[in-house]
Design a protein around this ligand. Structure first.
Ligand SMILES: [Zn+2]
Length: 229
């Protein structure tokens, strides 16, 4: 059984213990196990959760960059969790999937709404990463086109009408090349748009063009410092 090491972990420990006991009842006469028993094999008789995570001690984005409030919009639990630790509110959007068929328009609208009141909004779209893992070039291109037409476009069209200056950065968190179907740690292209700022000479958004951009190669925290100044 799982024993809580602090009072606040009690509830989670109880839930996990309940889950373990229920898994044993469920697995006892599960068809897979009956087949295994008939073949003289051991039954898989219980789940066994292990290796719990710990709450990281980290400064929030609000503390680091002197922001009043911020939001995170993502279908991916990992990103939502990091967002919570970073001091951001999690914005719920109907119909988001983390895949190519996600609710792009809903996410764009949620980001626009959050931008009306928050200093910072992190909008995450997982679709092209998943297409990269599948090694599906055509699907990956489609997801990037969707991102462009159904997320970036409506957000840009809206904020140019505002009296308030807005800064927008567009970038992947890492490459996921279709050729290798997994993440790499190569530098990623990014664009930073600021209301009223004269752009540099780069006219297209890709890895090769971005290398020639005015920001050059930024490492780690340098990007956020360039973004929020
Ligand atoms: Zn991935």
């Amino acid at each position: 059984m799982i024993r809580a090491t602090s009072a606040e972990a009690e509830e989670t420990a109880n839930l996990l213990n309940d889950l373990i006991l229920r898994s044993q009842l469920l697995l006892e006469n599960h068809p897979v196990n009956l087949k295994r028993a008939a073949a003289g094999k051991d039954k898989a008789n219980s789940i066994w959760p292990w290796s719990p995570g710990y709450k990281p001690a980290m400064k929030t984005l609000l503390e680091l960059y002197n922001l009043k409030s911020g939001s995170v919009i993502s279908a991916v639990d990992l990103i939502r969790g990091i967002g919570v630790y970073a001091g951001l509110k999690v914005v719920e959007v109907e119909g988001i999937t983390g895949l190519y068929n996600t609710n792009y328009e809903g996410k764009a609208q949620a980001a626009i709404e959050a931008l009306r009141t928050d200093d910072f909004v992190y909008l995450h779209i997982e679709a092209s990463d998943e297409a990269g893992h599948e090694g599906d070039v055509a699907l990956k291109i489609k997801t990037i086109e969707y991102l462009d037409a159904r997320v970036v476009k409506p957000i840009l069209e809206e904020i140019v009408k505002w009296n308030e200056a807005v800064t927008i950065a567009i970038l992947p968190d890492h490459p996921t090349p279709c050729a290798t179907k997994t993440h790499t740690n190569k530098p990623v292209p990014f664009v930073i748009y600021r209301t009223g700022e004269t752009p540099d000479n780069v006219q297209v958004y890709d890895e090769f063009a971005a290398e020639k951009g005015s920001y050059g190669l930024l490492k780690g925290m340098e990007f956020m410092k360039a973004l929020i100044r």
